[in-house]
Design a protein around this ligand. Structure first.
Ligand SMILES: *Cc1c(COP(=O)(O)O)cnc(C)c1O
Length: 416
């Protein structure tokens, strides 16, 4: 294994999607950003588009702007559908946050199976998913069946299958685990759920823009995901939701808002939702955030998921190799070692991971910390270079081998 910086430079020179980095606003080349899986960088086209949307559309067009804004959520949804998720136009729309969409789609799925009493998830699912499902189960008097998952190895399809029976209405899991990056087997799990007549709802927050998502191949029913991570749409940008076409007219979400209504501006007395994906919208969509999703998703679609996934696997393997070579006796891999089992981030375990994170930030390397004692390294393939991995891991090596991290506060802050 060649540990030189020059080797990383050679890899960058050979990278077929390396030039996409120039499409982003990068004011500090010394800053190593390993957190594109929590908040992606700012695309230059997004900055221009938002300036235009603010000055010309909002400032100049005023209310007339709604003639173009009214279907923005669907237009951006179509770019995500075709260019990111490999599903059809009209199967994805922007709306609300991932948490709210999870509530809407889980409720719709439960309403569609009134005779069933169980929701299945796992104990490593993202907290908001577990809380939303816990609340739904409580409100409806249902059982929330929580399957145990190894936090580093990820969801075991056999354990999920063992939790299924014909009383299960819904199986809700994350496709890429937020902590370890482990990939769940969407095809095997969806097949097992369908065998007992349950619907599946997938959280794609760490998948969209980083890995191929087999919604089509698996026949998955429902999905939600956020856009501010690998899709680079900015803090608080609206989330997306997916409903397989043949289910759309059959499912009804719990919040009967006017953006789902058939002829919205007829202002009619009763709720009569459209049959299409728009029925899963609720109220007035955030237009500025919607434009940011449109631009961010377009760049991802242009690079293409196959190329992004190849690069992400190479970056994560390189990160693991440097970690083993330089810190093998001090840092333990807390992600699957097989790149085919990983999303686009790598996690290491160290008892002082929180202090190491603070020391890295002081050295201009931005990773993040996740309980318990995990250092998470996000490798957003659109703009992360091999040289960034080399630099970041070299600074990590110096911090860990010198013990300089011990000078940093050991108590975890409010935001990690
Ligand atoms: C980031 C993330 C979320 C965030 O949900 P919000 O409603 O946008 O706060 C949900 N699920 C997973 C798996 C995530 O990684």
């Amino acid at each position: 294994m060649d540990l030189s910086r020059q080797y990383a430079e050679t890899r960058d020179a050979q990278d077929p999607i390396g030039h996409f980095r120039t499409r982003f606003h990068i004011p500090d080349e010394r800053l190593v950003y390993f957190d594109g899986n929590s908040l992606g960088r700012l695309p230059l086209t997004t900055r221009d588009r938002l300036h235009d949307a603010i000055d010309r559309e909002w400032g100049g067009e005023l209310i007339r702007g709604w003639d173009t804004w009214i279907d923005l959520a669907g237009r951006a949804g179509d770019v995500i559908a075709e260019g990111v998720l490999g599903v059809a136009r009209g199967e994805v729309i922007l709306s609300d946050s991932s948490s709210v969409n999870l509530f809407k789609l889980a409720s719709a799925a439960l309403d569609a199976s009134p005779g069933r009493h169980v929701i299945v998830t796992d104990d490593d699912n993202f907290p908001t998913d577990r809380y939303v499902l816990e609340g739904l189960a409580r409100a409806r008097g249902l059982e929330l069946r929580i399957v145990a998952t190894d936090i580093d190895a990820g969801v075991d399809p056999a354990r999920i299958a063992a939790a299924l029976d014909d009383d299960v209405a819904l199986v809700c899991l994350s496709h890429v685990a937020y902590r370890s990056g482990a990939l769940a087997d969407m095809v095997a799990i969806t097949t097992a759920a369908h065998r007992v007549g349950a619907l599946t709802l997938w959280d794609l927050c760490h998948s969209a823009g980083s890995v191929p998502v087999p919604l089509r191949e698996s026949g998955a029913d429902l999905a939600v995901g956020c856009t501010y991570k690998y899709l680079n749409a900015g803090p608080g940008a609206p989330a997306f939701l997916y409903v397989r076409r043949d289910l759309q007219a059959r499912l009804r979400q719990p919040i009967w808002g006017w953006f789902g209504q058939r002829d919205q501006f007829a202002m009619d007395a009763g709720y009569d939702p459209v049959e299409s994906i728009e029925r899963f919208q609720v109220g007035t969509p955030p237009v500025l955030g919607g434009y940011a999703v449109l631009e961010g998703a377009r760049i991802t679609a242009e690079a293409g998921i196959p190329c992004l996934y190849d690069k992400s696997a190479e970056l994560s393997s390189y990160t693991i190799q440097l970690g083993e070579a330089w810190l093998g006796d001090r840092l333990a891999l807390a992600s699957p070692s097989d790149p085919g089992q990983r999303g686009s981030h790598v996690t290491f375990h160290h008892p002082q991971a929180w202090q190491i994170c603070q020391a890295l930030k002081a050295a201009k390397v931005i990773p993040d910390f996740r309980t318990p004692e995990r250092l998470r390294i996000g490798l957003a393939p659109l703009y992360t270079r091999f040289v960034d991995v080399w630099e970041g891991m070299a600074r990590l090596r110096d911090i860990v081998t010198s013990g300089s991290y011990r000078e940093f506060e050991a108590v975890r802050g409010r935001v990690t």
